[in-house]
Design a protein around this ligand. Structure first.
Ligand code: NAD
Length: 262
């Protein structure tokens, strides 16, 4: 039904978490998939997907990745721009107990390097192909915090605000070439690779709770009363990169069980 047979989709950050589930959904729907990640070796097979090792923050690495995918599949039809990192930090550590959890320039730069510069580099490399061939889809992985903000995650949220803004502008620039640009904003999801013990510890401090107290009573904050499943994001992404979503561009779609307002 999705018509993804014969389509090639690149998924950055596809070796873990949400990206991995997007990869599995696309494979099940018949697409050819390239997993682009720091944590794979080029030529590896990941459940039927072709892997390319790439650091999305490095322009040379991104260009080499695009050449490798074109050589393997001959063409590229969609990019799922999903690689991202999240390092929780407070603007000011008022309690003064954990100065390492106060936002500094190095940490800010790290997050913007992957979530904004990496997003841009991959989008540009893909858009060059899409414009030439007269079709293509760029799907940017945002977060509900891009619109809503998030306690202890201001820099991360700012990167996702940039992601939403890029999405709207790129859609305006590329629509005339039959290239769509959309974003997906997950809310509270089941655990992924991003939620390491270090992440949980930092987030808990920024929220004034213990790590084991982080999970909330979802029924109070999420209308559907539960966290989101990774394959639910996979399903949305597979739909959005398919021609079934042919009139959707320039927007960020919430997937948060009704929690996100914007
Ligand atoms: P994850 O840590 O499980 O996966 C991220 C993947 O990106 C990893 O495989 C990692 O190796 C790769 N990666 C990181 N830096 C890279 C780089 N420089 N070059 C290439 N690959 C790199 O994380 P996740 O939770 O699945 O997050 C995926 C995306 O979803 C991110 O953009 C994240 O911001 C977004 N998101 C996650 C949640 C959530 O609750 N997990 C919610 C909203 C949005």
């Amino acid at each position: 039904w999705l018509g993804l047979d014969g389509k090639t989709v690149i998924v950055t950050g596809g070796a873990s978490g949400i990206g991995k589930h997007v990869v599995e959904t696309l494979l099940a729907a018949g697409a050819d998939v390239a997993v682009v990640d720091l944590n794979v070796e080029t030529g590896d097979d990941l459940e039927g997907a072709y892997c390319v090792k790439c650091n999305v923050t490095d322009p040379d690495s991104v260009n080499e990745m695009m050449s490798a995918v074109k050589e393997k599949f001959g063409h590229v039809d969609a990019l799922v721009n999903n690689a991202g990192i999240n390092l929780p930090r407070l603007l000011v550590d008022v309690k003064g107990e954990r100065p390492e959890y106060e936002l500094d320039v190095k940490t800010l730069d790290k997050m913007f390097a992957v979530n904004v510069k990496g997003l841009f580099l991959c989008a540009q490399a893909a858009a060059r192909e899409f414009v030439k061939q007269g079709h293509g889809v760029i799907l940017n992985m945002s977060s509900e915090s891009g619109k809503e903000g998030s306690q202890g995650q201001s820099a991360y949220s700012a990167t996702k605000g940039a992601c939403d803004s890029f999405t709207r502008s790129w859609a305006k620039e590329l629509g005339k070439y039959n290239v769509r640009v959309v974003a997906v904003a997950p809310g509270i999801m089941e655990a992924t690779g991003l939620r390491t013990p270090a992440y949980n510890e930092a987030l808990a401090y920024t929220r004034g709770v213990k790590p084991e107290e982080l999970s909330t009573d979802y029924s109070k904050v999420i209308p559907l009363g539960r966290d989101g499943k990774l394959d639910e994001v996979g399903n949305l992404c597979a739909f959005l990169v398919s021609d079934r979503a042919s009139y959707i561009t320039g927007t960020t779609i919430n997937i948060s069980g009704g929690k996100s307002r914007g």
